[in-house]
Design a protein around this ligand. Structure first.
Ligand code: S3P
Length: 206
């Protein structure tokens, strides 16, 4: 049987929310967007949570939303771009067929410039460089994905079709891979452990 949950991870602007909704519709499942869930529960926007309560508080709410999403079945989960950075979140994601949506920084920048959603972490005089730097830092944490999909030059509908195909044909096998559990420990954490400095491993040390 194919996986009973699909989680979309990736940088802001990679299309997780739109592709997630389309994919859920194609499969006949529910869709769950962690940012929208937080906003619904808290009654304020994600940028307001960052501004009024700080990023740490946002990350706690985010982890609770990820845990709630991953306790459901027959659901496509669109995650915020920072979700795979926390070990706790990666552990929850392991119960899903995990799909990374990727695109070059230039394409992400173009899409984000047209987006109405404010991303507090991307506010910068030079957003494209900020995107490139943050994306490089995060790439080791995106390794948790079972499937990597390049979205550049493709419509959300084409991307959703590819994921549906791979989910049908490959997700059962992917979730049965015994080496999968090892991916919860990120590359920086593995490197730190090998160097005997496991306690110093921090998200962002790509
Ligand atoms: C964030 C990405 C945003 C949102 C918040 C933090 C991040 O979601 O969760 O602004 O850390 O990259 P999107 O990936 O949907 O933009």
């Amino acid at each position: 049987m194919p996986a009973q949950r699909i989680a979309l991870i990736g940088f802001s602007g990679s299309g997780k929310s739109l592709v997630g909704r389309m994919l859920a519709q194609k499969i006949g499942w529910a869709s769950f967007d962690t940012d929208r869930e937080i906003e619904r529960n808290e009654g304020i926007s994600v940028p307001s949570i960052f501004a009024e309560r700080g990023e740490d508080e946002f990350r706690k709410l985010e982890s609770a939303a990820v845990a709630a999403a991953c306790s459901r079945t027959r659901v496509v989960i669109s995650t915020g771009g920072g979700v795979p950075l926390a070990t706790e979140n990666r552990r929850h994601l392991l119960g899903c067929y995990i799909v990374l949506l990727d695109a070059p920084a230039s394409a992400l920048h173009r899409r984000l410039a047209q987006s109405a959603i404010d991303r507090p972490l991307l506010r910068s005089e030079d957003p494209e460089t900020r995107i490139r730097t943050l994306k490089e830092e995060r790439t080791p944490f995106y390794d948790i994905a079972d499937l990597w999909v390049d979205t550049a030059g493709r419509t959300p509908n084409e991307v959703a079709d590819e994921i549906r195909h791979e989910w049908r044909t490959a997700s059962q096998h992917a979730l049965a891979d015994p080496a999968r559990e090892d991916r919860v420990t990120s590359r920086p954490e593995r490197r730190a452990a090998a160097a005997g400095t496991a306690d110093k491993a921090q998200p962002g040390q790509g």
